[in-house]
Write a protein that binds this ligand. Structure first.
Ligand code: TRP
Ligand code: SF4
Length: 427
């Protein structure tokens, strides 16, 4: 197996995602980003769907959006921070940002009361989001308080059915309908930034962990099914096909098109013009004029998960496996001191055989969250493998950096309490 400083977590589990599910590798497009985020540089973001639309928008300075959200179900920890960092990075790149507190999902799937949803949603997630740098031109909302999302979910429901939901989510017959509805609400979260209220269709990226991919795939499909027209390149022409016949709209497309066109009852063939971008934008424009939605398929990025500090998965039900963003620095330090490393049993063995940073949760902390400097990180990796570094040293470094991060973050959370009204929220 190839080892490199950014490959600290075994990525073999993820290769299935490329082959079986058609997630595209992020590595091959990273050179198109002028100042990639640390997660991109270090291949923590390893895959994407449709991110070209976002690259294009960033390049051409045309509108785009970033959207993600969480169920308000427990303490906010470093895993959530990753999504938030990615959202904020895109916001800084010019994206209109949307953050959903998925209270309808938490209520219907996890039985969390509405009152608790507000408490946890604000005190855990929203305060940290703002503290991490979410800017006030972004939108933070609770699903249950958002009529646009609820209305859209109802419409999207016409584009899927029970057997599809069952196939994607594995719902057995007993699953109640509101649980199923919450998946449509999530699709509506994802498509909301493209509504006329937010000035219409635009590329949107959803940064998520790979576990959320089923939602993304369904929503991409639903977005296409909502379209009036489908544009497809053929051998020697481009075809615009109507999903629901609309003669007037089809004629309007033909009238605006450069090149030779042939108009049929349900499709239009375009010759001598292979500019897909222009064709797509004309079709979208006409579609909107005729009452359609013109949605882009939402794009997504996928990041690897950090391991829990105790080895295995990070899970709120095992408090020692996570570091909460509200944790006191002392408690965090104690967790780091007990964390599973890739060190050998004795110091002598460590010197002789070297450590295994690729299996080390302390190294992961440094790589994912604490060390900005790529060179310093690579140096630690090399030294560890050569047996020239002790785990004590890494732990001390991680404790120091984590304490200062937590202190600063928690101060910013206090300041964020005073800023909730900028987002139309209150405690
Ligand atoms: N389902 C997500 C979770 O389990 C929460 C969520 C709701 C979400 N709406 C979303 C995630 C839109 C990404 C995009 O936490
Ligand atoms: Fe991990 Fe550092 Fe120990 Fe290597 S020396 S195993 S990187 S803690």
């Amino acid at each position: 197996m190839k080892l490199d400083p950014w490959g600290a977590v075994d990525i073999t589990d993820y290769s299935k995602l490329f082959d079986e599910f058609g997630i595209a590798p992020f590595e091959t497009i990273i050179s198109e980003i002028s100042n990639p985020h640390l997660y991109m540089r270090r291949q923590i973001i390893f895959g994407h769907r449709g991110y070209q639309t976002i690259l294009e928008a960033m390049r051409n300075k045309t509108p785009f959006a970033v959207m993600s959200g969480f169920m308000p179900s427990g303490r906010i920890h470093l895993g959530h921070k990753m999504v938030m960092d990615e959202m904020i990075w895109h916001q800084q790149m010019g994206a209109h940002a949307f953050f959903a507190v998925a209270d309808m999902e938490a209520y219907s799937v996890r039985n969390i009361s509405w009152k608790k949803c507000v408490e946890i949603g604000i005190n855990e997630y929203v305060l940290s989001l703002i503290a991490l740098g979410f800017e006030s031109n972004g939108r933070i909302y609770f699903q249950s308080k958002n009529p646009l999302v609820k209305d859209l979910a109802f419409e999207l429901g016409m584009k899927t059915n029970l057997s599809e939901m069952g196939a994607i989510y594995g719902f057995p017959g007993e699953t109640h309908v509101s649980h199923m509805l919450s998946t449509l609400i999530q699709s509506a979260d994802i498509l909301q930034p493209q509504l006329a209220e937010y000035s219409g269709p635009k590329p949107v990226v959803i940064p998520v962990g790979a576990d959320q991919d089923p939602h993304i795939r369904l929503t991409r499909d639903i977005a296409s099914r909502m379209r009036m027209f489908k544009v497809e390149p053929r051998e020697c022409y481009i075809s615009v096909r109507a999903r629901a016949a609309n003669k007037a709209a089809m004629r309007a497309i033909a009238d605006r098109m450069e090149g030779k066109t042939r108009l049929y009852a349900e499709h239009l063939d375009i010759y001598d013009n292979d500019d897909m971008t222009v064709i797509e934008s004309i079709v979208r424009e006409v579609e909107i004029e005729h009452g359609g939605c013109g949605f882009y398929q939402p794009a997504s990025t996928y990041h690897r998960f950090m391991s829990g500090l105790t080895g295995g998965k990070m899970s709120s039900s095992n408090p020692n496996s996570i570091i909460a963003l509200t944790e006191s620095p002392d408690v965090a330090a104690a967790k780091i001191k007990k964390a599973k490393t890739g060190g050998r049993i004795t110091l002598a063995e460590q010197r002789r055989f070297g450590g295994e940073p690729q299996k080390c949760t302390v190294y992961e902390l440094l790589m994912f969250h604490l060390l900005e400097d790529d060179e310093q990180l690579a140096e630690i990796f090399e030294k560890c493998r050569d047996g020239g570094r002790t785990c004590g040293k890494c732990k001390a470094l991680a404790v120091e950096l984590m304490s200062s991060f937590l202190k600063e973050h928690q101060e910013k959370r206090e300041l964020a309490k005073e800023r909730l009204d900028e987002f139309g929220l209150k405690i």
